[in-house]
Design a protein around this ligand. Structure first.
Ligand SMILES: *[C@@H]1O[C@H](CO)[C@@H](O)[C@H](O)[C@H]1NC(C)=O
Ligand SMILES: *[C@@H]1O[C@H](CO)[C@@H](O)[C@H](O)[C@H]1NC(C)=O
Ligand SMILES: *[C@@H]1O[C@H](CO)[C@@H](O)[C@H](O)[C@H]1NC(C)=O
Ligand SMILES: *[C@@H]1O[C@H](CO)[C@@H](O)[C@H](O)[C@H]1NC(C)=O
Ligand SMILES: *[C@@H]1O[C@H](CO)[C@@H](O)[C@H](O)[C@H]1NC(C)=O
Ligand SMILES: *[C@@H]1O[C@H](CO)[C@@H](O)[C@H](O)[C@H]1NC(C)=O
Length: 312
């Protein structure tokens, strides 16, 4: 009896102390503990969409410059994911080689920080198709005709830069679309930092192309600006939105409605366009449908969001 009496008294003492401690924790935690969630689950899932693109960029730039990619330069990053299909060293002049090598090495940094920050949400390299045949198909789709000879991005610097025009920009718009969805401070800091460099990469490629925008791309009858305008138009169609502009636009779309030159793609306020995760996938699959893989991703992307669409 005595023991039971004592123990139930100490039980209520423990309960009281627990309640007080809980109250203190709640009072302290509501303002500050929430802010310490640097990455929420949804943050990880949103950032996973971008990881698919970072793999593409890394392999495409590194191979073009060096003739090899992550497996040789950063073998800890692909985590056993399959080798890209058809990727090659490109025939680049010295300046283009110098620039593309830097872009590729930047991507090693991006993947390394993503591997560190995403932890178990990081996934192995996805299957990529970077073959010249696949590129030719994409460019044919942009022009709505079969180019003859088929467009080969690895043939020379100009062709390579035109092909590269298709890549960081989708990442840029994806990051712009992702940031408002993020909750954790760490996630926001990471994606803001990735966005800065992605925007810079796009600007570097566009600037190099801008210097020759009115020249024909041999042996075709189209200028560099026309290639970029067609590619952007295709990407708008695939995204079911107006989020993409080439190097020349109607005056009404130009900066402040005054110019047709369009060194950067932006809306009427010169603010970057955004793509949702779904629009990013629709675009890079080349199918206009995030449930139907294709394009650079013959088996689709990985991560919760991409897999969710692939299942539906
Ligand atoms: C390109 O770089 C190579 C190797 O560094 C050098 O030998 C060559 O002279 C350079 N070509 C031009 C046009 O600068
Ligand atoms: C997707 O990522 C998971 C790890 O998160 C991995 O186990 C799986 O094999 C990956 N799937 C594909 C198709 O790459
Ligand atoms: C959370 O992210 C911020 C911003 O990047 C960083 O300063 C801080 O150290 C991170 N906190 C933890 C617990 O990782
Ligand atoms: C995009 O769609 C519009 C409207 O259907 C069409 O006129 C245009 O040719 C398409 N552009 C490309 C590059 O697919
Ligand atoms: C930009 O403004 C022009 C002129 O007002 C308008 O015609 C055009 O549709 C606008 N573009 C976008 C993307 O909102
Ligand atoms: C996308 O493809 C899936 C699977 O084929 C289909 O069920 C769905 O209707 C398509 N969505 C759109 C918007 O076309």
């Amino acid at each position: 009896m005595g023991v039971q009496y004592l123990s139930s008294r100490s039980m209520s003492g423990v309960l009281f102390t627990t309640l007080v401690l809980f109250g203190v924790l709640v009072a302290v935690c509501i303002p500050s503990c929430k802010a310490q969630a640097n990455f929420t689950t949804s943050d990880y899932e949103n950032i996973q969409v971008a990881l698919n693109l970072e793999y593409l960029e890394a392999e495409y730039f590194l191979w073009a410059a060096y003739g090899y990619g992550l497996d040789k330069l950063a073998p800890y990053l692909p985590e056993g994911g399959p080798e890209p299909i058809g990727v090659q060293k490109a025939n680049l002049d010295n300046l283009t080689y110098d620039v593309v090598a830097q872009l590729g090495l930047q991507e090693i940094g991006h993947l390394t920080i993503l591997q560190k920050k995403l932890g178990k949400y990081y996934f192995p390299r996805v299957q990529l198709d970077l073959s010249d045949a696949n590129w030719a198909k994409i460019i044919d789709n942009a022009f709505g005709e079969k180019l003859n000879p088929p467009f080969n991005p690895y043939k020379n610097s100009l062709n390579y830069l035109i092909s590269a025009y298709t890549i960081p920009y989708v990442g840029l718009t994806g990051y712009v679309g992702t940031i408002p969805l993020l909750q954790g401070e760490g996630a926001k800091a990471l994606v803001a930092g990735l966005l800065g460099i992605e925007g810079g990469q796009d600007a570097v490629i566009r600037t190099l192309l801008y210097t020759v925008k009115d020249e024909l791309v041999p042996p075709y009858k189209y200028t560099v600006a026309e290639f970029t305008d067609k590619i952007s138009s295709l990407r708008n169609n695939l995204s079911h939105a107006f989020v993409d502009e080439g190097l020349e636009v109607p005056k009404s779309e130009g900066s402040d409605g005054l110019v047709t030159g369009n060194i950067l793609s932006a809306n009427n306020y010169s603010i970057s366009y955004a793509r949702t995760g779904q629009q990013v996938l629709e675009t890079v699959y080349g199918t206009g449908n995030a449930s139907i893989p294709g394009g650079f991703y013959p088996k689709g992307g990985n991560g919760t969001i991409a897999l969710g669409y692939l299942k539906s």
